[in-house]
Design a protein. Structure first.
Length: 544
């Protein structure tokens, strides 16, 4: 019984002509130039599979300088001797059903009675995990193909919610914290092909010189770490970047059926799984500083915290997350621009891949007029952090001209920050329009009006970022930047006004009194909208 993840097909990719197929790990790397994207059946799966492949890329190529990276970037493909050697030496480590060390699993759980395989798939109903659309019961015997089980296994290690898990043995701890990637929006820089995507996210990796930061010489991935399979794991700090990318947040063991097999491949189907608490992540520093696929921001507060007679200290940075309705582009300042100065450690931090893209563009290794895409993945859990509430994937354009600009970074930061805050300020007015109206009727305001506002801002903001990137390539004393900002302001005004128009029309169909009351609040809204836009225009002029 074997399922070799290196040669067997299990990774879903989109080809250049838009079709979807599955490939093995060897074909994924060897033919990455022929694929467009790596895409799972959920945003969380897509992010988790990228993290695994990134770990393989760093482990295989280990670029210690931009020159080494440039050699890979200029190659037509990634079929190198290092890749061939890796797959030959690590083939046993990537066997899903290996008798001694199955991939990302713990053989020490062999004596534990497995539960149904539905526990591996978040949208399947299992035990107390009630879902909205899935109506399977404990009596239904669900099965997964080895390829499906492998994909969900990788996803589980990154995004499993917290809560009670199976016990490895009697009286063993069963309570677990949520997997660490739940805490932030996971950012992948996407290029024109999968090969470009893999290389754009390939950081300088030199543990002897602490690169990336907080990476030690004992750093190794999950598939090479005997301690990741222990039945009773302990909390610890990550050894480095490879360790973190493949963090063993759960101890898992799949059970292959002895009675059923996949009709197409002949491989046994997976019908059971044991899931127990894994290694708890003890951060090296605050604020998720150890995960280089996260963007960090300063929370909005009224000022530094007071510490008695000591100097005031700034609040800790928090990771950028995805929110329902409001697009992640609202954090473009953190995602694209990062710190205003090199030593500005108390401010925001963009994903490390963007810093290295900017440096490589400065050395003419990447075209200065290129525009990449930031894909941000995440999920929201319920209040108890035990059930998946929502999956999300969003994107933000990333012009290299914006990423590399150092001399104008402070000015750009102010302009982008003001533009994002304009959307927030107008969004507040939109929300107050309906709340004030319903307060006059003593009615609770349902959150409906903002749905007509926030989702419509994403496309205009993407255009704004691209226009800003083009403006940075021209020497016109800020005229291009001003034009881009003015265009964004007009888009915000138009979208907010359209939302208000639809809202007033809905009130008009209710009653004459409702129409009169809606008109009163609409007049206030229009006046405040003009005031906010005028203030925004003045602040932008001062910044430019």
């Amino acid at each position: 019984m074997t399922f070799d993840l290196i040669s067997e097909i299990w990774l879903p990719v989109v080809t250049e002509n838009g079709t979807t197929r599955e490939v093995g790990l060897a074909e994924l790397l060897g033919s990455a130039q022929d694929f467009r994207r790596l895409v799972g059946s959920s945003p969380t799966m897509t992010a988790a599979l990228h993290r695994l492949v990134f770990a393989v890329m760093h482990h295989v190529f280990r670029p210690t300088s931009d020159e080494e990276w440039a050699q890979l970037w200029q190659r037509p493909d990634l079929r190198t001797d290092a890749v061939t050697k890796f797959f030959h030496e690590e083939r046993d480590s990537f066997d899903l059903f290996h008798p001694d060390r199955p991939f990302m699993q713990s053989k020490s759980l062999a004596e534990v009675e497995p539960a149904g395989i539905a526990r591996l798939v978040p949208f399947r109903a299992s035990g107390n995990n009630v879902t909205l659309f899935d109506h399977t019961t404990a009596a239904d015997r669900l099965t997964l193909t080895p390829a499906e089980a492998a994909r969900w296994l990788v996803t589980l290690q990154c995004y499993d919610p917290g809560g009670m898990k199976s016990g490895a043995y009697r009286n063993a701890p069963r309570s677990s914290k949520r997997a660490p990637i739940n805490d932030f929006g996971c950012v992948v820089v996407e290029g024109g092909t999968l090969k470009e995507t893999l290389l754009l996210n390939l950081l300088r990796y030199d543990p002897a010189r602490d690169e990336p930061s907080m990476t030690g010489v004992d750093d190794r991935p999950n598939w090479q770490d005997p301690g990741s399979t222990a039945a009773t794991p302990n909390a610890r700090t990550p050894r480095g970047w490879l360790d973190l990318l493949t963090w063993p947040s759960r101890r898992v063991l799949l059970r292959a059926s002895t009675e059923q097999s996949d009709a197409e491949s002949g491989h046994p189907l997976v019908d059971g799984v044991v899931i127990t608490p894994g290694t708890e992540l003890r951060p090296v520093a605050e604020d998720h500083e150890h995960d280089w696929m996260a963007a960090l921001r300063i929370p909005i507060t009224k000022g530094p915290r007071k510490t008695g007679k000591k100097k005031p200290i700034m609040p800790p940075r928090v990771p950028v997350r995805l929110e329902e309705q409001r697009g992640v582009w609202r954090h473009a300042e953190e995602l694209l621009l990062g710190a205003q100065q090199h030593n500005d450690q108390s401010r925001r931090r963009r994903p490390a891949a963007l810093d290295q893209i900017a440096e490589r563009a400065e050395h003419n290794l990447i075209p200065a007029d290129a525009v990449f895409t930031l894909r941000v993945y995440g999920q929201q859990l319920d209040d108890k952090q035990a059930i998946v509430h929502n999956w999300q994937e969003e994107s933000v354009p990333a012009p290299v001209a914006l990423l590399r600009e150092k001399s104008a970074r402070l000015r750009l930061s102010r302009v982008v920050g003001l533009s994002c805050r304009l959307a927030d300020d107008v969004g507040f007015l939109v929300r107050q329009l309906d709340r004030g109206y319903r307060a006059d009727f003593n009615a609770s305001p349902p959150p409906t009006l903002e749905v007509s506002y926030w989702p419509h801002l994403t496309a205009p903001f993407h255009t704004f970022v691209r226009d800003l990137g083009k403006a940075m390539e021209m020497e016109n004393n800020g005229a291009g930047e001003k034009a881009a900002v003015d265009k964004w302001g007009r888009a915000v005004r138009g979208i907010a006004a359209d939302a208000a128009d639809r809202w007033v029309f809905g009130a008009a169909r209710s009653s004459a009194r409702a129409l009169s009351m809606a008109g009163k609040h609409d007049i206030v809204f229009r006046a405040e909208l003009s005031r906010v836009l005028k203030l925004f225009s003045d602040e932008v002029d001062r910044s430019l």
